[in-house]
Design a protein around this ligand. Structure first.
Ligand SMILES: Cc1cc2nc3c(=O)[nH]c(=O)nc-3n(C[C@H](O)[C@H](O)[C@H](O)COP(=O)(O)OP(=O)(O)OC[C@H]3O[C@@H](n4cnc5c(N)ncnc54)[C@H](O)[C@@H]3O)c2cc1C
Length: 447
Protein backbone atom coordinates (compact mmCIF):
# COMPACT_ATOMS: atom_id res chain seq x y z
CA UNK A 1 0.00 0.00 0.00
CA UNK A 2 1.32 3.44 -0.78
CA UNK A 3 1.14 5.98 2.03
CA UNK A 4 -0.78 8.35 -0.22
CA UNK A 5 -4.41 7.30 0.46
CA UNK A 6 -4.03 7.70 4.23
CA UNK A 7 -2.54 11.16 3.96
CA UNK A 8 -5.79 12.29 2.36
CA UNK A 9 -7.82 11.38 5.45
CA UNK A 10 -9.94 14.31 6.64
CA UNK A 11 -9.89 15.29 10.35
CA UNK A 12 -7.19 12.86 11.38
CA UNK A 13 -3.57 12.86 12.39
CA UNK A 14 -1.68 10.30 10.33
CA UNK A 15 1.62 9.06 11.73
CA UNK A 16 4.05 7.18 9.51
CA UNK A 17 7.43 7.98 11.08
CA UNK A 18 9.07 4.54 11.60
CA UNK A 19 10.21 5.44 15.13
CA UNK A 20 6.63 6.28 16.14
CA UNK A 21 5.26 3.18 14.43
CA UNK A 22 7.79 1.08 16.35
CA UNK A 23 6.34 2.25 19.67
CA UNK A 24 2.90 1.01 18.62
CA UNK A 25 4.12 -2.58 18.25
CA UNK A 26 3.65 -3.20 21.96
CA UNK A 27 1.15 -3.19 24.77
CA UNK A 28 1.76 -4.39 28.34
CA UNK A 29 1.81 -8.09 27.37
CA UNK A 30 5.00 -9.98 26.55
CA UNK A 31 4.23 -9.78 22.80
CA UNK A 32 5.63 -7.59 20.01
CA UNK A 33 3.51 -7.08 16.90
CA UNK A 34 4.37 -6.24 13.29
CA UNK A 35 5.18 -2.69 12.29
CA UNK A 36 1.81 -1.11 11.41
CA UNK A 37 1.33 0.54 8.01
CA UNK A 38 0.41 3.73 9.84
CA UNK A 39 -1.12 5.07 13.02
CA UNK A 40 -4.23 7.20 12.60
CA UNK A 41 -5.79 9.45 15.24
CA UNK A 42 -9.30 10.18 13.94
CA UNK A 43 -11.19 13.28 15.07
CA UNK A 44 -14.53 13.06 13.29
CA UNK A 45 -17.14 10.72 11.78
CA UNK A 46 -15.85 11.68 8.33
CA UNK A 47 -12.38 10.47 9.23
CA UNK A 48 -13.74 7.10 10.38
CA UNK A 49 -16.01 6.78 7.34
CA UNK A 50 -13.08 7.38 5.00
CA UNK A 51 -10.82 5.07 7.02
CA UNK A 52 -13.29 2.19 6.68
CA UNK A 53 -13.71 2.88 2.97
CA UNK A 54 -9.94 2.79 2.49
CA UNK A 55 -9.54 -0.32 4.64
CA UNK A 56 -12.00 -2.12 2.39
CA UNK A 57 -10.59 -0.89 -0.91
CA UNK A 58 -6.90 -1.21 0.04
CA UNK A 59 -7.45 -4.39 2.07
CA UNK A 60 -5.87 -3.47 5.38
CA UNK A 61 -7.09 -4.12 8.91
CA UNK A 62 -7.95 -1.56 11.61
CA UNK A 63 -6.57 -2.19 15.10
CA UNK A 64 -8.34 -0.07 17.74
CA UNK A 65 -6.09 1.25 20.47
CA UNK A 66 -6.83 3.07 23.71
CA UNK A 67 -3.86 3.64 26.03
CA UNK A 68 -2.06 0.38 25.18
CA UNK A 69 -2.09 -0.96 28.75
CA UNK A 70 -3.75 -4.23 27.71
CA UNK A 71 -2.06 -7.43 28.80
CA UNK A 72 -3.27 -9.80 26.10
CA UNK A 73 -1.71 -8.24 22.99
CA UNK A 74 -5.18 -7.06 21.88
CA UNK A 75 -3.93 -3.83 20.33
CA UNK A 76 -0.57 -5.02 19.00
CA UNK A 77 -0.52 -4.94 15.18
CA UNK A 78 -0.89 -8.07 13.08
CA UNK A 79 0.13 -8.09 9.40
CA UNK A 80 -0.99 -5.24 7.14
CA UNK A 81 -2.91 -3.13 9.61
CA UNK A 82 -3.39 0.50 10.53
CA UNK A 83 -3.54 1.23 14.25
CA UNK A 84 -6.47 3.49 15.10
CA UNK A 85 -5.39 5.42 18.18
CA UNK A 86 -8.60 6.82 19.68
CA UNK A 87 -6.88 9.31 21.98
CA UNK A 88 -7.87 12.38 19.91
CA UNK A 89 -11.54 11.39 19.53
CA UNK A 90 -13.63 14.42 20.58
CA UNK A 91 -16.24 14.60 23.32
CA UNK A 92 -16.80 15.52 26.94
CA UNK A 93 -17.64 13.60 30.06
CA UNK A 94 -21.19 14.37 31.19
CA UNK A 95 -22.96 13.25 34.34
CA UNK A 96 -26.70 13.17 34.93
CA UNK A 97 -27.28 13.03 38.67
CA UNK A 98 -30.99 12.50 38.02
CA UNK A 99 -30.63 9.60 35.60
CA UNK A 100 -27.57 8.39 37.53
CA UNK A 101 -25.63 8.02 34.28
CA UNK A 102 -22.34 9.19 32.83
CA UNK A 103 -21.60 9.59 29.13
CA UNK A 104 -18.03 9.81 27.86
CA UNK A 105 -16.04 9.49 24.64
CA UNK A 106 -13.78 6.44 24.18
CA UNK A 107 -10.79 8.80 24.41
CA UNK A 108 -11.52 9.86 28.01
CA UNK A 109 -9.10 8.60 30.63
CA UNK A 110 -10.77 6.12 32.97
CA UNK A 111 -9.37 8.16 35.88
CA UNK A 112 -11.29 11.21 34.62
CA UNK A 113 -14.48 9.16 34.19
CA UNK A 114 -14.20 7.93 37.77
CA UNK A 115 -13.15 11.38 39.02
CA UNK A 116 -16.05 13.16 37.31
CA UNK A 117 -18.53 10.73 38.87
CA UNK A 118 -16.88 11.24 42.25
CA UNK A 119 -17.06 15.04 41.94
CA UNK A 120 -20.84 14.63 41.64
CA UNK A 121 -20.79 12.44 44.76
CA UNK A 122 -21.49 9.39 42.57
CA UNK A 123 -19.56 6.20 41.97
CA UNK A 124 -18.46 4.38 38.81
CA UNK A 125 -16.99 1.20 40.32
CA UNK A 126 -14.86 -0.44 37.56
CA UNK A 127 -11.29 -0.15 38.85
CA UNK A 128 -8.72 -2.12 36.85
CA UNK A 129 -5.44 -1.51 38.64
CA UNK A 130 -4.46 0.41 35.52
CA UNK A 131 -7.29 2.94 36.06
CA UNK A 132 -4.89 5.88 36.37
CA UNK A 133 -3.39 4.94 32.98
CA UNK A 134 -6.00 3.38 30.72
CA UNK A 135 -8.65 4.79 28.40
CA UNK A 136 -12.41 4.52 28.93
CA UNK A 137 -12.77 2.89 25.46
CA UNK A 138 -10.09 0.30 26.23
CA UNK A 139 -11.73 -0.53 29.56
CA UNK A 140 -15.05 -1.13 27.77
CA UNK A 141 -13.53 -3.17 24.94
CA UNK A 142 -11.76 -5.43 27.45
CA UNK A 143 -14.67 -5.55 29.93
CA UNK A 144 -12.09 -4.60 32.52
CA UNK A 145 -12.41 -5.97 36.01
CA UNK A 146 -10.35 -4.99 39.00
CA UNK A 147 -10.17 -5.37 42.76
CA UNK A 148 -13.73 -4.25 43.42
CA UNK A 149 -15.26 -6.60 40.83
CA UNK A 150 -15.47 -8.85 43.91
CA UNK A 151 -18.51 -6.81 44.99
CA UNK A 152 -19.43 -4.67 41.97
CA UNK A 153 -18.81 -6.98 39.04
CA UNK A 154 -16.95 -6.20 35.84
CA UNK A 155 -17.35 -3.26 33.46
CA UNK A 156 -20.23 -4.87 31.52
CA UNK A 157 -22.50 -4.65 34.58
CA UNK A 158 -22.33 -0.86 34.31
CA UNK A 159 -22.74 -0.26 30.59
CA UNK A 160 -26.13 0.93 29.36
CA UNK A 161 -25.42 2.22 25.85
CA UNK A 162 -22.58 2.22 23.33
CA UNK A 163 -21.79 4.20 20.16
CA UNK A 164 -19.65 2.21 17.76
CA UNK A 165 -18.16 2.42 14.30
CA UNK A 166 -19.39 -0.53 12.27
CA UNK A 167 -18.20 -2.13 9.04
CA UNK A 168 -20.52 0.12 6.98
CA UNK A 169 -18.34 3.07 8.03
CA UNK A 170 -21.07 4.66 10.16
CA UNK A 171 -21.37 5.16 13.92
CA UNK A 172 -24.41 3.34 15.28
CA UNK A 173 -25.98 3.73 18.73
CA UNK A 174 -26.87 0.67 20.80
CA UNK A 175 -28.88 0.73 24.04
CA UNK A 176 -30.38 3.65 25.96
CA UNK A 177 -29.44 5.63 29.07
CA UNK A 178 -31.74 3.76 31.41
CA UNK A 179 -31.39 0.68 33.58
CA UNK A 180 -34.51 -0.76 31.99
CA UNK A 181 -34.40 -1.64 28.30
CA UNK A 182 -35.75 -4.88 26.99
CA UNK A 183 -36.63 -4.34 23.36
CA UNK A 184 -35.00 -7.50 22.09
CA UNK A 185 -31.62 -9.10 22.88
CA UNK A 186 -28.89 -6.63 23.82
CA UNK A 187 -26.45 -5.84 21.02
CA UNK A 188 -24.87 -3.22 23.33
CA UNK A 189 -23.22 -5.93 25.38
CA UNK A 190 -21.69 -7.50 22.27
CA UNK A 191 -19.10 -4.71 22.27
CA UNK A 192 -18.15 -5.06 25.91
CA UNK A 193 -15.22 -7.45 26.11
CA UNK A 194 -15.17 -7.87 22.32
CA UNK A 195 -11.58 -6.54 22.16
CA UNK A 196 -12.33 -4.52 19.04
CA UNK A 197 -13.27 -7.41 16.75
CA UNK A 198 -16.87 -6.32 16.04
CA UNK A 199 -16.30 -2.59 15.57
CA UNK A 200 -14.80 0.41 17.27
CA UNK A 201 -16.36 1.98 20.35
CA UNK A 202 -16.49 5.78 20.08
CA UNK A 203 -18.36 6.46 23.34
CA UNK A 204 -20.67 4.99 25.95
CA UNK A 205 -23.17 5.69 28.70
CA UNK A 206 -22.67 3.91 32.00
CA UNK A 207 -24.69 3.56 35.18
CA UNK A 208 -23.64 5.26 38.42
CA UNK A 209 -24.60 4.71 42.04
CA UNK A 210 -24.34 6.97 45.09
CA UNK A 211 -20.79 7.14 46.34
CA UNK A 212 -20.18 4.91 49.37
CA UNK A 213 -19.69 7.14 52.38
CA UNK A 214 -17.54 4.81 54.47
CA UNK A 215 -14.50 2.70 53.79
CA UNK A 216 -12.70 0.17 55.97
CA UNK A 217 -9.30 -0.96 54.64
CA UNK A 218 -7.60 -3.88 56.37
CA UNK A 219 -4.26 -5.61 56.14
CA UNK A 220 -4.51 -9.29 57.03
CA UNK A 221 -1.03 -10.78 57.45
CA UNK A 222 -0.85 -14.59 57.69
CA UNK A 223 1.87 -17.19 58.19
CA UNK A 224 1.17 -18.84 54.82
CA UNK A 225 -1.09 -17.83 51.97
CA UNK A 226 -2.81 -21.23 52.09
CA UNK A 227 -4.39 -19.95 55.32
CA UNK A 228 -6.33 -17.47 53.18
CA UNK A 229 -7.76 -19.77 50.54
CA UNK A 230 -11.03 -20.72 52.22
CA UNK A 231 -11.63 -17.24 53.54
CA UNK A 232 -13.36 -15.63 50.52
CA UNK A 233 -16.07 -18.32 50.52
CA UNK A 234 -16.34 -18.37 54.31
CA UNK A 235 -16.75 -14.58 54.54
CA UNK A 236 -19.49 -14.58 51.90
CA UNK A 237 -21.30 -17.41 53.67
CA UNK A 238 -21.18 -15.35 56.90
CA UNK A 239 -22.84 -12.37 55.22
CA UNK A 240 -19.71 -10.29 54.47
CA UNK A 241 -19.05 -9.22 50.90
CA UNK A 242 -15.77 -7.31 50.73
CA UNK A 243 -15.54 -4.66 48.02
CA UNK A 244 -12.01 -5.96 47.47
CA UNK A 245 -10.05 -8.96 48.69
CA UNK A 246 -6.54 -8.95 47.24
CA UNK A 247 -3.53 -11.03 48.18
CA UNK A 248 0.22 -11.54 47.72
CA UNK A 249 1.71 -15.02 48.11
CA UNK A 250 4.89 -15.41 50.15
CA UNK A 251 7.25 -15.11 47.16
CA UNK A 252 5.69 -11.92 45.78
CA UNK A 253 5.52 -10.36 49.23
CA UNK A 254 9.16 -11.26 49.96
CA UNK A 255 10.31 -9.74 46.65
CA UNK A 256 8.28 -6.58 47.22
CA UNK A 257 9.68 -6.26 50.69
CA UNK A 258 13.26 -6.86 49.58
CA UNK A 259 13.37 -4.73 46.44
CA UNK A 260 10.19 -2.66 46.34
CA UNK A 261 9.78 0.95 47.40
CA UNK A 262 10.40 2.08 50.98
CA UNK A 263 6.76 1.56 52.09
CA UNK A 264 6.88 -2.07 50.92
CA UNK A 265 9.62 -2.84 53.45
CA UNK A 266 7.06 -2.43 56.23
CA UNK A 267 4.46 -4.85 54.81
CA UNK A 268 3.66 -7.42 57.50
CA UNK A 269 3.25 -11.22 57.37
CA UNK A 270 4.65 -14.13 55.39
CA UNK A 271 1.73 -13.67 53.02
CA UNK A 272 -0.75 -10.82 53.01
CA UNK A 273 -4.34 -10.00 52.13
CA UNK A 274 -5.84 -6.54 51.62
CA UNK A 275 -9.55 -6.37 52.37
CA UNK A 276 -11.79 -3.42 51.91
CA UNK A 277 -15.42 -2.93 52.90
CA UNK A 278 -17.60 0.00 51.90
CA UNK A 279 -20.95 -0.98 53.43
CA UNK A 280 -22.78 1.66 55.42
CA UNK A 281 -21.63 1.24 59.04
CA UNK A 282 -18.48 -0.69 58.12
CA UNK A 283 -16.26 1.61 60.17
CA UNK A 284 -18.28 1.04 63.34
CA UNK A 285 -16.91 -0.99 66.25
CA UNK A 286 -19.86 -3.38 65.89
CA UNK A 287 -18.96 -4.17 62.26
CA UNK A 288 -15.26 -4.61 63.01
CA UNK A 289 -15.98 -6.90 65.94
CA UNK A 290 -18.37 -9.15 64.00
CA UNK A 291 -15.88 -9.27 61.12
CA UNK A 292 -13.12 -10.20 63.57
CA UNK A 293 -15.34 -12.99 64.83
CA UNK A 294 -15.91 -14.24 61.28
CA UNK A 295 -12.16 -14.17 60.59
CA UNK A 296 -11.53 -16.27 63.69
CA UNK A 297 -7.86 -16.98 64.59
CA UNK A 298 -6.76 -15.34 61.31
CA UNK A 299 -7.66 -11.95 62.80
CA UNK A 300 -4.77 -12.15 65.28
CA UNK A 301 -2.54 -9.72 63.36
CA UNK A 302 -5.27 -7.74 61.58
CA UNK A 303 -4.37 -4.07 60.94
CA UNK A 304 -6.80 -1.28 60.08
CA UNK A 305 -5.66 1.58 57.83
CA UNK A 306 -5.79 4.62 60.08
CA UNK A 307 -6.52 7.24 57.42
CA UNK A 308 -6.78 8.00 53.70
CA UNK A 309 -3.00 8.39 53.44
CA UNK A 310 -2.38 4.86 54.72
CA UNK A 311 -5.09 3.53 52.44
CA UNK A 312 -3.48 5.24 49.43
CA UNK A 313 -0.09 3.81 50.39
CA UNK A 314 -1.51 0.29 50.51
CA UNK A 315 -3.23 0.68 47.13
CA UNK A 316 -0.19 2.27 45.51
CA UNK A 317 1.81 -0.80 46.49
CA UNK A 318 -0.86 -3.14 45.17
CA UNK A 319 -1.11 -1.22 41.89
CA UNK A 320 2.62 -1.16 41.24
CA UNK A 321 3.04 -4.93 41.74
CA UNK A 322 2.56 -5.84 38.08
CA UNK A 323 5.04 -3.21 36.83
CA UNK A 324 7.46 -4.02 39.66
CA UNK A 325 7.58 -7.72 38.74
CA UNK A 326 7.86 -6.91 35.05
CA UNK A 327 10.79 -4.60 35.67
CA UNK A 328 12.60 -7.31 37.61
CA UNK A 329 11.62 -10.17 35.30
CA UNK A 330 11.15 -8.52 31.87
CA UNK A 331 10.46 -11.84 30.14
CA UNK A 332 7.92 -13.10 32.64
CA UNK A 333 4.60 -14.44 31.43
CA UNK A 334 1.62 -13.33 33.49
CA UNK A 335 -1.66 -15.21 33.32
CA UNK A 336 -4.96 -14.19 34.89
CA UNK A 337 -6.93 -17.41 35.32
CA UNK A 338 -10.10 -17.53 37.39
CA UNK A 339 -11.86 -20.25 39.37
CA UNK A 340 -15.00 -20.04 41.52
CA UNK A 341 -13.88 -18.82 44.94
CA UNK A 342 -14.76 -22.15 46.59
CA UNK A 343 -12.27 -23.95 44.31
CA UNK A 344 -9.25 -21.86 45.35
CA UNK A 345 -7.85 -24.55 47.67
CA UNK A 346 -8.19 -27.17 44.88
CA UNK A 347 -6.52 -24.83 42.43
CA UNK A 348 -3.40 -24.44 44.54
CA UNK A 349 -3.31 -28.19 45.30
CA UNK A 350 -3.48 -28.85 41.55
CA UNK A 351 -0.82 -26.23 40.77
CA UNK A 352 1.57 -27.90 43.21
CA UNK A 353 1.26 -31.24 41.38
CA UNK A 354 1.83 -29.72 37.92
CA UNK A 355 5.42 -28.66 38.48
CA UNK A 356 4.79 -25.10 37.34
CA UNK A 357 7.25 -22.63 38.90
CA UNK A 358 4.82 -19.77 39.50
CA UNK A 359 4.23 -16.97 41.96
CA UNK A 360 0.74 -15.57 42.51
CA UNK A 361 -1.03 -12.45 43.64
CA UNK A 362 -4.27 -10.78 42.70
CA UNK A 363 -7.97 -10.81 43.27
CA UNK A 364 -8.46 -13.69 45.71
CA UNK A 365 -11.97 -12.59 46.68
CA UNK A 366 -13.39 -13.49 43.26
CA UNK A 367 -10.96 -16.31 42.43
CA UNK A 368 -9.07 -14.29 39.79
CA UNK A 369 -5.35 -14.97 40.20
CA UNK A 370 -2.33 -13.44 38.49
CA UNK A 371 -0.16 -16.48 38.05
CA UNK A 372 3.30 -15.27 37.04
CA UNK A 373 5.89 -17.49 35.40
CA UNK A 374 8.88 -15.36 36.28
CA UNK A 375 11.40 -17.68 34.61
CA UNK A 376 9.56 -17.78 31.28
CA UNK A 377 12.52 -16.20 29.48
CA UNK A 378 14.82 -19.08 30.45
CA UNK A 379 12.25 -21.85 29.88
CA UNK A 380 12.27 -23.94 26.69
CA UNK A 381 9.32 -22.77 24.53
CA UNK A 382 7.74 -26.25 24.46
CA UNK A 383 8.00 -26.56 28.24
CA UNK A 384 6.59 -23.05 28.70
CA UNK A 385 3.65 -23.94 26.49
CA UNK A 386 3.11 -27.12 28.50
CA UNK A 387 3.09 -25.11 31.74
CA UNK A 388 0.64 -22.52 30.44
CA UNK A 389 -1.70 -25.10 28.89
CA UNK A 390 -1.67 -27.20 32.09
CA UNK A 391 -2.51 -24.06 34.07
CA UNK A 392 -5.46 -23.26 31.79
CA UNK A 393 -6.71 -26.86 31.80
CA UNK A 394 -6.58 -26.97 35.59
CA UNK A 395 -8.63 -23.75 35.82
CA UNK A 396 -11.21 -25.02 33.34
CA UNK A 397 -11.38 -28.40 35.10
CA UNK A 398 -12.26 -26.57 38.32
CA UNK A 399 -15.13 -24.68 36.69
CA UNK A 400 -13.07 -21.59 35.87
CA UNK A 401 -11.57 -20.21 32.70
CA UNK A 402 -8.30 -19.04 31.17
CA UNK A 403 -8.87 -15.32 31.62
CA UNK A 404 -10.68 -13.56 34.43
CA UNK A 405 -10.11 -10.03 33.16
CA UNK A 406 -7.34 -9.39 30.60
CA UNK A 407 -9.12 -11.13 27.74
CA UNK A 408 -7.83 -13.25 24.86
CA UNK A 409 -6.25 -10.85 22.35
CA UNK A 410 -3.29 -12.44 20.63
CA UNK A 411 -1.60 -13.87 23.71
CA UNK A 412 -4.24 -16.47 24.58
CA UNK A 413 -5.79 -16.97 21.15
CA UNK A 414 -4.28 -20.39 20.43
CA UNK A 415 -5.17 -21.71 23.86
CA UNK A 416 -8.67 -20.22 23.64
CA UNK A 417 -9.27 -21.94 20.30
CA UNK A 418 -7.83 -25.24 21.54
CA UNK A 419 -9.68 -25.35 24.87
CA UNK A 420 -13.10 -23.89 24.01
CA UNK A 421 -16.22 -25.73 22.88
CA UNK A 422 -15.85 -25.86 19.05
CA UNK A 423 -19.55 -25.06 18.71
CA UNK A 424 -19.04 -21.80 20.56
CA UNK A 425 -16.03 -20.84 18.45
CA UNK A 426 -18.05 -21.53 15.30
CA UNK A 427 -20.84 -19.32 16.62
CA UNK A 428 -18.41 -16.52 17.51
CA UNK A 429 -16.90 -16.69 14.01
CA UNK A 430 -20.37 -16.55 12.46
CA UNK A 431 -21.13 -13.46 14.56
CA UNK A 432 -17.83 -11.86 13.54
CA UNK A 433 -18.66 -12.53 9.89
CA UNK A 434 -22.14 -11.04 10.26
CA UNK A 435 -20.80 -7.84 11.86
CA UNK A 436 -17.59 -7.48 9.91
CA UNK A 437 -17.85 -9.53 6.67
CA UNK A 438 -14.47 -8.39 5.30
CA UNK A 439 -12.70 -8.88 8.63
CA UNK A 440 -11.32 -5.35 8.88
CA UNK A 441 -11.66 -4.89 12.67
CA UNK A 442 -8.72 -6.20 14.70
CA UNK A 443 -7.87 -9.12 12.39
CA UNK A 444 -6.19 -12.17 13.89
CA UNK A 445 -7.38 -11.48 17.43
CA UNK A 446 -9.51 -13.63 19.77
CA UNK A 447 -10.99 -16.07 17.21
C1 LIG B 1 -0.35 -2.19 35.75
C2 LIG B 1 -1.57 -2.78 35.07
C3 LIG B 1 -2.61 -3.25 35.84
C4 LIG B 1 -3.75 -3.78 35.21
N1 LIG B 1 -4.77 -4.20 36.00
C5 LIG B 1 -5.89 -4.67 35.42
C6 LIG B 1 -6.99 -5.08 36.23
O1 LIG B 1 -6.95 -5.02 37.45
N2 LIG B 1 -8.10 -5.51 35.59
C7 LIG B 1 -8.19 -5.57 34.21
O2 LIG B 1 -9.24 -5.96 33.68
N3 LIG B 1 -7.16 -5.21 33.44
C8 LIG B 1 -6.02 -4.75 34.00
N4 LIG B 1 -4.97 -4.37 33.21
C9 LIG B 1 -5.08 -4.51 31.75
C10 LIG B 1 -5.55 -3.22 31.02
O3 LIG B 1 -5.07 -2.09 31.57
C11 LIG B 1 -7.02 -3.05 31.00
O4 LIG B 1 -7.59 -4.11 30.34
C12 LIG B 1 -7.45 -1.69 30.35
O5 LIG B 1 -8.78 -1.50 30.58
C13 LIG B 1 -7.13 -1.58 28.87
O6 LIG B 1 -7.35 -0.23 28.47
P1 LIG B 1 -6.46 0.48 27.34
O7 LIG B 1 -7.10 1.78 27.04
O8 LIG B 1 -5.04 0.52 27.71
O9 LIG B 1 -6.70 -0.53 26.13
P2 LIG B 1 -5.68 -1.02 25.02
O10 LIG B 1 -4.58 -1.80 25.63
O11 LIG B 1 -5.31 0.11 24.14
O12 LIG B 1 -6.63 -2.01 24.18
C14 LIG B 1 -7.11 -3.18 24.78
C15 LIG B 1 -8.05 -3.92 23.79
O13 LIG B 1 -9.21 -3.14 23.55
C16 LIG B 1 -9.31 -2.79 22.17
N5 LIG B 1 -9.77 -1.41 22.13
C17 LIG B 1 -9.19 -0.31 22.71
N6 LIG B 1 -9.95 0.78 22.49
C18 LIG B 1 -11.02 0.38 21.75
C19 LIG B 1 -12.16 1.04 21.19
N7 LIG B 1 -12.35 2.34 21.35
N8 LIG B 1 -13.07 0.29 20.50
C20 LIG B 1 -12.90 -1.03 20.33
N9 LIG B 1 -11.83 -1.72 20.82
C21 LIG B 1 -10.91 -1.01 21.52
C22 LIG B 1 -7.93 -2.99 21.58
O14 LIG B 1 -7.97 -3.31 20.20
C23 LIG B 1 -7.43 -4.17 22.42
O15 LIG B 1 -7.94 -5.36 21.91
C24 LIG B 1 -3.82 -3.86 33.80
C25 LIG B 1 -2.75 -3.38 33.03
C26 LIG B 1 -1.64 -2.85 33.65
C27 LIG B 1 -0.51 -2.35 32.79
Amino acid sequence: MSTFPLLRLPDAEVLQDPEILESYRFDESHLAGDLPLAVVKPKSREALRELVRLAKSERFGLVPRGAGTGKAGGCVPTTRVVVVDMSAWPGEIQVSNQNLTLTAPASAWLRDVKGTAEAANLFYPPDPNSWPLCAFGGSLATNAGGPNACKYGMTRHWVLAVDALMADGEIHSFGIGSVKANAGPSLTQMFIGSEGIFGMITGATVRLIPRPSECLTLLLPVAHFHDLLELPGRLCASGFLPATFEFFDSAVLAELRKSGPEEARRLPGQALAILEFDDRGCTSDAFVSSLTEALGPLSEHLQIAADARQRDQIWNLRRLTSAFLKERHPKKVSEDIVVPRTRLPDFFKGLATLNIPAVTYGHLGDGNLHVNLLGAGETEPAELERQVMDLFKLSIHLGGTLSGEHGIGLAKRQAFLALSDPGQIELLRALKHAWDPLGIFNPGKVI
